[in-house]
Design a binder for this molecule. Structure first.
Ligand code: ADP
Ligand code: MG
Length: 335
């Protein structure tokens, strides 16, 4: 692809033409909600008893919102579109996203009985209950989106393909329009709660430049039970497949080329949002034109960083901690 960006004069070259720099590096159409996490509850929850948690945390939730937040914290210019309810929790989620620098001017607040989504996590020592009210997550539709806003960007991304049931029927069209407008594109399906892996995913992948599943999702999306076959099948559909492998790091296939990159060693306290943070690290570098090895290392670094604090954005929100962690890790790795 013959695109050369020059930030200095806000212009870039594409196929010999000089064009105006788009408003955003990355636009995201996705879901925005909060996670409420309780700690210290007993394993058994008997009915009609008042059970006391010893700690709680309210934090930004939703894969799309976590990705947007962390991309912005890394310095990308991010535009975000979604629908939320006209309620306090939605307002709080929006504020958190905005505080990271994400443009939320086109987020739609829709009054009515459907409220902004909320996930309640009852965290025990080694396991958790997860209860979700999906609310506006599943209600966001094509009509909530402004295509001109989304297209005024270098790159377009969708996360949580299966949770966004209101948007899903037109996601192929959405990706096609973004490709026609000249953007590069990426998709992270995350899990399918119905575990069916249908809904036209193969059609969407035709318009996707970077597909970012984890190991299980790569296998489920292709209907096979070994990673190698899954990666080969996906690489026949998309130019770049990046598979997240938890504490093993990540692997990528671009045509016939294979790249792997080890995880960073950290004291992980919470895996929530690690995959979304990996996407943030990876895409931040990808959009700047970095080589694949650098994109993978940046993904692993951001994923590892996220696990060092609860939730998906708590580590990234702390600018001092973030700067210190990134400097230390990069020094250790000689990056
Ligand atoms: N325990 C860990 N130590 C270091 N890095 C981790 C750890 N868990 C996850 N990561 C990083 O986060 C990325 C995403 O995690 P993973 O669990 O594979 O994705 P998802 O959250 O989508 O399931 C990994 O590729 C890795 O870079
Ligand atoms: Mg994920």
């Amino acid at each position: 692809m013959d695109i050369r960006w020059t930030r200095e004069n806000n212009r870039y070259k594409k196929k010999g033409q000089t064009l105006k720099m788009p408003r955003f590096d990355i636009t995201i159409a996705g879901e925005l909600n909060l996670d409420l996490i309780f700690y210290g509850l007993p394993d058994e929850l008997p009915p009609e008893r008042e059970l006391l948690a010893d700690r709680m945390m309210l934090t930004l939730g939703g894969s799309s919102a976590i990705l947007a937040h962390n991309l912005s914290a890394l310095g990308s210019r991010v535009g975000f579109q979604t629908r939320i309810g006209d309620d306090d929790l939605g307002e709080n989620a929006l504020l958190r996203l905005q505080q990271s620098g994400v443009d939320v001017s086109e987020v739609r607040r829709v009054p009515g009985p459907v409220k902004t989504g909320l996930t309640v996590i009852l965290q025990r020592a080694a396991w958790r209950n997860i209860v979700t009210y999906s609310g506006t997550i599943a209600e966001t539709t094509w009509d909530d989106l402004d295509l001109a806003y989304l297209a005024d960007s270098r790159h377009f991304h969708v996360s949580s393909y299966y949770l966004q049931s209101g948007l899903r029927p037109r996601v192929v069209e959405l990706f096609r329009k973004m490709k026609e407008a000249g953007l590069t594109t990426s998709l992270d399906t995350n899990d399918d709660p119905d575990d069916k892996w249908e809904g036209g995913l193969q059609d969407v992948l035709r318009y996707v430049d970077v597909f970012l599943p984890n190991e299980r999702e790569a296998q489920k999306a292709t209907g096979v039970s070994d990673l190698e076959t899954a990666v080969k099948k996906l690489a026949a559909l998309v130019p770049l497949v990046v598979v997240k492998l938890g504490r093993e790091g990540a692997t990528a296939q671009r045509g016939t080329e294979r790249f792997t990159s080890p995880a960073f060693r950290v004291e992980a306290v919470d895996p929530v949002g690690a995959g979304d943070s990996f996407d943030a690290g990876f895409l931040h570098e990808y959009v700047r034109g970095a080589d694949l090895a650098a994109c993978l290392a940046a993904g692993n670094l951001a994923g590892a960083f996220s696990t060092t604090r609860p939730g998906g954005t708590e580590a990234f929100r702390d600018a001092k901690y973030r700067t210190q962690f990134f400097q230390e890790q990069k020094l250790q790795q000689g990056l």
